[in-house]
Design a protein around this ligand. Sequence first.
Ligand code: DOR
Length: 444
Amino acid sequence: MKTPNTRSGENREIVIRGGRVLDPSSGLDGIMDVRISDGRIAEVGSGLRGARELDADGLHLFPGFVDVHAHWRSPGHEHKENIESGSAAAAAGGFTSVVMMPNTDPVVDKPIVVSGLAKRVSEESRVRAHISAALHVGLNGERLTEMRLLKEAGAFCVSDDGLGTQNAGVLRNALLYAKSAGLPVILHCEDHTLSADGVVHEGAHAALAGLPGIPASAEDVSTAAGLILAAETGAKTHITHVSTELSATLVGFFEARGDITSDTTPHHLTLTDELASTLDGMYRVNPPLRSEDHRDGVRDALRSGVLDFVATDHAPHASEEKDLPLEEASPGFLGHETAFPAIYTELVRDGELSLPRLVEAMSAAPGVWVGGSGSLAVGSFADLTLVDLSEEWTVSRDTMASKSSNSPYLGRTMASRIVGTIVGGEIVHDIHDIFSGAKFGIRA
Ligand code: DOR
């Protein structure tokens, strides 16, 4: 991880004073000071002073967000995103750790690709970045990857994200092998015989727009199979981008019966298939935006903790792949930079979701899953997100740190802004220069 804004160790110690500290994992909630020293949280309390101080009056301080689902497109699709731009986008969204998906070119299915990527991450990423290798060679759902060797080369987990595994016997073997290799599995649940040529959620909007639909069953059938096999094998399994009411209910049934976690995305929580009526390729995503009933079911499941995390499925695409009619466009949305503001604006502001639950779903819970992140307890990594809940801003191509601009929120006004992100005590995002010398009270 590179440390772009650090000059000769000057950020070794910072006291962030008077911010509203909210850390569900350690029960902190109140106006407090935080001392960061040598990349760790050194002290949390009141009346703390230091040679370098940041006045965080009016700001909220959360444990850094953790995104277990990101496409940084490296290697091979670096015109869409690369490690520098993907990690800048993550930092701009308050994310201090991410998991990078393997549907790249070449696919991350060989140890040499994993080790090359790990080297690039160590040189180019602003945030902690974990590598997901492929579950199957070429993501083709047939031959298992050499998971032990992938792990030795630096893989953190395995996934065929973008594709569901169609054969239950193959998936069972994959889960057993991943378990024996000590690698968690992230499952994209989709039965391709049911999603077929669909491009939007099957329902009234698809019918009115004359677009082929993807039924909810395409996700539910595959989620059920994945959960049954995860419970039976005991493999550490994460079900990603849950978008239907039934899949959320199934997750709730199986979670206590295995080493199983789950996430949903900001877009499945905040948008619906009504956008299909625009016919605009911008709104194509997989799984598709669902109906209000599904969106509400997913909201309920996140609120109650049945769905554990929010993960963005940050999926950059070039404009020539998105400025197209819906049925011709590539599926995927940018996610990092708008995740917290979108959910805060749509759900927290009007009381549908509590702020502590959102922070738990974006920091503490995924932080435990990746290990050692998502907490402001003394001794933890100094990974923090500073947010101004009162700042309004409008999402535009100019606000994007990503190389791409395929955000479904373009033109929307957001009701909160990530103003600073710190990783291991280093400032990796500082939108208003709040950390610059001008605002640092250098005490005598
Ligand atoms: O919409 C999506 N885009 N869903 C996925 O599962 C993959 C992703 C991508 O890689 O573009």
